[in-house]
Write a protein that binds this ligand. Structure first.
Ligand SMILES: Cc1cc2nc3c(=O)[nH]c(=O)nc-3n(C[C@H](O)[C@H](O)[C@H](O)COP(=O)(O)OP(=O)(O)OC[C@H]3O[C@@H](n4cnc5c(N)ncnc54)[C@H](O)[C@@H]3O)c2cc1C
Length: 459
C-alpha cells in the first residue's frame, strides 16, 4: 500500500489532501514560496497526538520527508514545502485542554492560534504575554518551534520562558509527553527545550503547558527623544532602575526610521531632528501610583539632561498613537521595496556603534544605500531595512555585508525569526563549528533517517 493510502486509512479521507486539492496557502510562509515545480505529496490534517504519531510512523518507515506547518506566518521559510513531502498542518488541533488558575498555566493543543490563547487567558482574568504581529494566524506550535519573541520580551522573556511543558512526536512516531506544570523541575535533562526554537527539525509539537501571569491593570507610555545615541543607554539604565519590574517596552527608533514613520502625518509628537527616539512603556497594577512613578522618571531624565524632549500619553488612545509610529514598520517595509530586511542582535551596549558601522559598510559598497534601523534595544534586537538605488536589487550582496558585520561584531544573524531556509547559508556566522556539530548530533540521534523538515536550518 502506498504512503498516501496508508495515511488515508489512519486519518480518513478528510484528513488527507492529494496534491491537486492542496490550496496555494500551504505552498509557502509569509516570507517565501516554494520553488516552482515543488509539490507536496499530500497535506495531512491530524486531529490528535495519536494521528500525528501514526503519520510519522508511516513516513519514517517509508523514509518520506515531513514538513510541519503552523499558521505559516514564519519569516524564515521554515514551513515551506519541499518536493514530495508530507505536510503536517496542526490547524485542526486547537483545543484548550485546561486552564489552571492556581498553577497559573494553560494547557493547549499546538494548533491553537496565539490570539485565541491571549483571549482565553484574558477571559480567565490572566495574561499570556507573548505578542507578535502575526497573532491572529500564528499557532502556539509555530511560536514554540521558532522561539518567538515580540514586543514584551524585556518583561516576560521569549517563548522559551513562557513554556513549562511540551508534548512532541519524534520522527519515528514516539510520543514524548512532558506536560510539566511546575516552575521547578531539575530531574535531569529538560527535554522540552529541544523542541523550542528547533523549527520542526527534531519533532512535531502537539501540546504545550503555557505560563500565565496576572493581568496588568495600569499602562503608561512615553515617546522620548535624545540628542545623541549614547544617551539611549543612560535612559535604559534609568528606566530599569526607576521603573523596575513594570518596564515592559523600550523600543528605539533611529532618526531615518522616525522621519519615514511620521511622513505624511498631520500631527507629530516630536520633531524629526533628534539623535534617537525611544518608546517606553510600563505595565503595573495601580494606575495612579504607576503613572506618578512613570512621570517622575521621565521628568528626572529631562532634568538630568538625558532627554532632549518627551511626550507622555495621557490616555489609552494617545498611547496607541505613539505605538503607531513604531508599528509603521509593517507599512514602511512595503513602501521601501525593493528592500532587504534584517532581524539581528548585537550586545545592547554596542548597538549604536554597530548600526553606524553597518551603514558605513553598505554606503562604501553602494553609494546612497540607506540602513533604516529600529528595534527592541533592551533585548539586544535590531531590525534593519536596507535600500539601495542599484538595479537589479543586490540582495545577496547586501546580506553578505550585513551578516558579515554581525559576524565581526559577535552578534546573531537571527534574533527572533529563526534560520529556516532564508538564513541557512549564514548559520556559521553566529554559531561555532562545535555548536553546529552538537546540533547535528542531536538531529542524527532523534531523526536518524532525516525525515523531519530536511534541508531547513542546516544541511
Ligand atoms: C506581521 C508579522 C509580524 C511578526 N512579528 C514577529 C515578532 O515580533 N517576533 C517574532 O519572533 N516573530 C514574528 N513574526 C514571525 C512569525 O509570526 C513567528 O515566527 C511565529 O512564531 C510563527 O508561527 P507560525 O504558526 O506561523 O509558524 P509557521 O510559519 O507555520 O512555521 C514556522 C516554523 O515552525 C515549524 N512548526 C510550526 N508548527 C510546528 C509544530 N506544531 N511542531 C513542530 N514544528 C512546527 C515549521 O516547520 C517552521 O519551521 C511575525 C510575522 C508576521 C507575519
Amino acid at each position: 500500500v502506498d504512503t498516501i493510502a496508508q495515511l488515508q486509512l489512519v486519518l480518513g479521507p478528510e484528513g488527507v489532501r492529494a496534491p491537486g486539492e492542496i490550496s496555494e496557502r500551504y505552498l509557502g510562509d509569509w516570507f517565501m514560496r516554494a520553488e516552482p515545480g515543488v509539490r507536496p505529496a499530500a497535506l495531512t490534517l491530524p486531529r490528535s497526538t495519536e494521528d500525528v504519531s501514526a503519520i510519522l510512523k508511516i513516513c519514517h518507515a517509508e523514509g518520506n520527508p515531513v514538513v510541519p506547518q503552523g499558521g505559516l506566518t514564519g519569516l524564515a521559510g521554515g514551513g515551506v514545502p519541499i518536493h514530495n513531502c508530507i505536510l503536517v498542518s496542526l490547524e485542526r488541533m486547537r483545543a484548550i485542554v485546561e486552564i489552571d488558575p492556581v498553577a497559573a498555566t494553560m494547557t493547549v493543543e499546538a494548533g491553537i492560534p496565539l490570539q485565541a490563547v491571549q483571549e482565553a487567558a484574558a477571559a480567565a482574568g490572566l495574561l499570556f504575554p507573548l505578542d507578535i504581529g502575526g497573532r491572529g494566524s500564528c499557532q502556539i506550535g509555530g511560536n514554540i518551534s521558532t522561539n518567538a519573541g515580540g514586543n514584551r520580551v524585556l518583561r516576560f522573556g521569549m517563548m522559551r520562558d513562557l513554556i513549562l511543558g511540551i508534548e512532541a512526536v519524534l520522527a519515528d512516531g514516539t510520543i514524548v509527553t512532558s506536560l510539566n506544570k511546575m516552575l521547578k523541575n531539575n530531574a535531569a535533562y529538560d527535554v522540552k527545550q529541544l523542541f523550542i526554537g528547533s523549527e520542526g527539525t527534531l519533532g512535531v509539537v502537539t501540546r504545550a503547558v503555557l505560563r500565565l501571569f496576572p493581568n496588568p491593570t495600569s499602562l503608561c507610555t512615553a515617546l522620548c527623544a535624545v540628542a545623541d545615541f549614547d544617551q539611549v543607554y543612560d535612559l535604559l539604565g534609568r528606566a530599569r532602575a526607576e521603573l523596575g519590574g513594570t518596564l515592559s517596552a523600550f523600543e528605539v527608533m533611529w532618526p531615518a526610521f522616525y522621519r519615514r514613520a511620521i511622513a505624511g502625518r498631520r500631527k507629530v509628537p516630536l520633531g524629526p531632528d533628534f539623535g534617537a527616539y525611544v518608546l517606553i512603556e510600563s505595565m503595573g497594577s495601580d494606575q495612579m501610583r504607576d503613572s506618578d512613578r512613570f512621570n517622575e522618571f521621565v521628568e528626572r531624565a529631562g532634568e538630568h539632561g538625558v532627554l532632549a524632549d518627551a511626550v507622555i500619553a495621557r490616555s489609552l488612545s494617545e498611547g496607541l498613537a505613539l505605538w503607531s509610529i513604531r508599528d509603521a514598520s509593517g507599512d514602511l517595509v512595503k513602501e521601501l521595496a525593493p528592500v532587504a530586511n534584517f532581524d539581528v542582535s548585537v550586545e545592547t551596549g554596542r548597538t549604536g556603534a554597530f548600526a553606524q558601522e553597518c551603514g558605513d559598510r553598505l554606503r562604501a559598497r553602494f553609494a546612497g544605500a540607506a540602513a533604516i534601523c529600529f528595534g527592541h534595544l533592551a533585548d539586544s534586537n535590531l531590525h534593519i531595512f536596507v535600500t539601495a538605488a542599484v538595479r537589479p536589487f543586490p540582495e545577496r550582496e547586501i546580506d553578505e555585508i550585513v551578516y558579515g558585520c554581525v559576524r565581526d561584531w559577535g552578534g546573531s544573524i537571527s534574533a527572533e525569526h529563526g534560520i529556516g531556509l532564508v538564513k541557512k547559508p549564514y548559520l556559521s556566522y553566529s554559531r561555532s563549528p562545535a555548536e553546529i556539530a552538537v546540533m547535528k548530533a542531536l538531529k542524527a540521534a532523534l531523526d536518524p533517517r532525516g525525515i523531519l523538515n530536511p534541508g531547513k536550518v542546516f544541511d
